[in-house]
Structures are given as C-alpha cells and as structure tokens.
Design a protein. Sequence first.
Length: 415
Amino acid sequence: MVHTAKALAALVGAFSAGATDVVFAGSGGCDGQDTHCKDPVGNAEAMLWAYTLTNDHPTPPHPIEPLLMLDVHGIPAWMVSAKSPEEGKDCLFVMLANRSTILSFQYSVDGPGAGPGPGPVLKQIGDAVDSHGAAPVHGSISSDGRTLLVANYHGPDDSCSSTGANAASFSIAPSCQLTFADARPHNGSSVIKSRQCGAHVHSFTAGRNGLAFACDLGMDVIFTYKVSADSRLIEVSREAVKPGQGPRHSVMHPTKDVLYVVTEMGSSLLVYSVSAEGKLTLVQTSSTLPVPEGKLTYGSKAAELVMSADGKTLYASNRAFDDRFESTVAVFEVSEDGLAVKVKQQMVTAPYPRGMALSTDGSLLIVESQTTGKVATYKVHTGGVLTALSSVEGPPGASSLMVMHSPDGPDQVIV
C-alpha cells in the first residue's frame, strides 16, 4: 500500500502487540560498484518504507514487520529526528538527495489508536525546503536542539566541480518547520580523481558544546564548526586525513571528548581526541575489514558508523564489491576512556550493507542491504556481539534508516 507524504489522516496499518519502535527505511539509489543493485525509477516506486519493531522480547524471531510505504517524490538518502518543545512530539527530517530538498514531519504519539492506547501520527509540515546546496546526504541536530545540520554532497562522484558542496544549517521551529540559516562552501580535491576531483561533504555530525564535524570525502579533510545560538556556522579548524582515505561518517562518544570517523575508500576507523575548542588529534587508526582482506587491494568500502548508548561498542559496515571480499559489519570494543578500539567480531551480512541503526533500547541492530533492498535485524548480546534474526523487503537501493520510539501495545500509524 503506497501513500503520498501529503495524505494526512489516512489509516494505513496496525502495530503488532508489543511493538515499541517505528523504523523508517529509505532508498539512496545505487552506485556504480554495486552492479546488482536495483535503482529506483523516477517516482514509480515508493522509496520510504515504515516498519514496526518489537524489541521487548529476549530473542524475537521476527522482530521487524512491514507497515506502510510512503511516496515522498524523491530519494530519501538520510533521515534525522529532533525533539519538539511540544510534549509528546518529535520532528523527522528527510533529505531528498536527487531533489536537493528537505521534508519536515511532525511525529507524535497521541493520535487515535486501534487498541486501548494512543497511536503514532506522522504529519508533513509545510512544503519541501531547499537544501541550499546540491544532493543532501546526511544531517544531525545541534547539541542545543535548535539547528538542523546538513551535508550537501554534490555529485556525481567523479565531478571535478565543488559547486553545491557545503555544510549548511537550518533553524528548527517548535512546529518542526525549517528556516535556512547558513551555508559554508567547501572547495578542493584529493588524489583519487574518480572520487575526489571535487569537494564532497558526506556528513555533518553534531558534537557537544555547539561543535559540529563535517567529513569531506573529496578533500580528505574533517572540518570543525561552531554552531551559534542563531544557527550560524563558524569554522574552527581543519584536520587532514591520509590522502585517498575519504572520510565519510562520524559519531561522537556519548560521554567522552572523542570523535570516531569511518573512511570510505580507506576502510578505516579513525579515533580522535577533541579539544574544548574543537581541534582534532588522531590517536588510533584501525581497519574495518576482516584481517585477510586487509592485505588485498581495494575491493570493499566502508559506509556507516553506529555507537551504542553506553559508549562501549562501535559498529562499522563494509560494502564488498569484489568477489574476494565479504560484506560485513565490524563490531569494535571501545576502551573505557574511549581512545582505543579493537575488533571483536565480523558479522557477515547481505550484500552492500549501507544503512544501520540501533533500536531505541539498543537490543537490536537494523542493517540495510543496498543490493537486495532487504532490511535485516540482529540481536545485540552482552559485549555488543551480534547474531542474525530475520529480514524483510525494503525500498530499492535501501540506504537510510531512522528508528523512533512508539508507545507499547497495538497501535496504528496515521499519515
């Protein structure tokens, strides 16, 4: 069943008893190295799918169940949520890479339910907003919750122009409406001309105390910005990485001043200490690949990076495009001070694992296969190690994930 994003107040499905999360999975399209990926065609296919996720059972055999498909008239390459000042409501922002726009939704848990309790409601707020750059592929929320930070990638991968590549910011209204605030252009290149002939801002990750970190895959540079109270961006510093590595995504430790960066072409995990002013100092570099593959030439590229809420485990996905390599999720143990990581597991996955997210209670890891469009679940055990559970169909070129909490009980979603 397909519904447009503007189809408000339409009943589309019911939660299974005990469902505690809603999962949104979006298409990011295919890339040239994923030769078996099914690329979405125009608006003929719904590219944002929703699921119910049951994470309150010790080992649910089928924790994820399809709920609905939404036609957002674009490719939702990234999604991020923010708390609304209005009680019981959140904002959901969806970045449409192929249209260079951002959709705003209000997500609340006080709608009419199919059972005795309330049900989640998803309501689009206003029209799509221009991303003020080209191809937004990532976003996060500033530490004070007032600003949406957006990475405008600017493609295609082999473009030698940096026009449209930037780090942008938008102020967030209580209604979830966005207002453009600032954009800081990136301009440069690095050594792999098929990927780095121009700037490519691949992520813009919020840290603490108003800091934010923009990974530029094309320039091989990590930018540190300060986000002001009025959502303006002030560049603080730049940290160059080894040429050809391609910094892609980053996460901040939940309690320590440590930033973790995954490099796409280098398939490495970089650990940085962060000064009070936002200066990065590299303290460790680790491969994300299984040990035998680290001795081979380029045949896999890292994608996503996810950290557990307790700061003890990191997950990095490896997208194999050479038959000598395997697609895996690398599970890293993180030291108590956050400055050291060690691989403790390589979980083999479906081809080209791109998007990843943890359930709200951290008991399940959800992983998308770009090649197959499948959305898989893994049980998270003590120490962060994984075992496979089940998978369901997802959007073509599946790549982006957002998990949002839902009230317990048999509920329904209204869009």
